[in-house]
Ligand binder design. Sequence first.
Ligand SMILES: NC(=O)c1ccc[n+]([C@@H]2O[C@H](COP(=O)([O-])OP(=O)(O)OC[C@H]3O[C@@H](n4cnc5c(N)ncnc54)[C@H](OP(=O)(O)O)[C@@H]3O)[C@@H](O)[C@H]2O)c1
Length: 143
Amino acid sequence: MTTIGIIGAGEVGSQIARAALASGYRVVIANSREPETLAGLIAELGPAAHAASAADAAAAGDFAVVAVPLKVVNDMPVDELAGKIVLDTNNYMVWRDGHIAVVDSGEKTIHELRQEQLPTSKVAKAFTHIQAPRLLTAARPPG
Ligand SMILES: NC(=O)c1ccc[n+]([C@@H]2O[C@H](COP(=O)([O-])OP(=O)(O)OC[C@H]3O[C@@H](n4cnc5c(N)ncnc54)[C@H](OP(=O)(O)O)[C@@H]3O)[C@@H](O)[C@H]2O)c1
């Protein structure tokens, strides 16, 4: 069974966890705090879900989802994500993240910056265009 390491347990991370579990995946999910702070979510998600630190979630995943706003100072577990596909849900929101000059100028995308922060991973932009609740309610089976 495939395990997804989900870093970020907010609106997007928790919805991806719900959708992944509904499709038969295991998830290991993290926020920026102690795993115990996710006890309520884990109780809701059930036995195929576990809480961990971001590094441990990254290490546990066959691939990973990063549902965390990008910060200029890298706060992702680079070593534990090495060699893995990382789906990055981030959108650039100036009101939340502040201005990033190279993004404002069009020189780089926010996902190129994430790739630079995770040089040993393969970063792909994903789920950026869909409101978090719809990740579950709009999901359809293959075909
Ligand atoms: N909400 C949407 O509908 C939507 C849709 C598409 C894309 N997006 C984008 O997806 C990203 C996540 O959005 P969101 O709405 O899910 O945000 P959110 O509800 O604010 O959740 C952010 C999560 O990231 C965690 N986090 C922050 N820094 C971390 C770190 N260093 N290590 C581990 N976890 C960390 C937070 O943990 P704490 O609670 O401990 O701080 C929180 O669980 C954003 O870039 C957003 O623009 C959002």
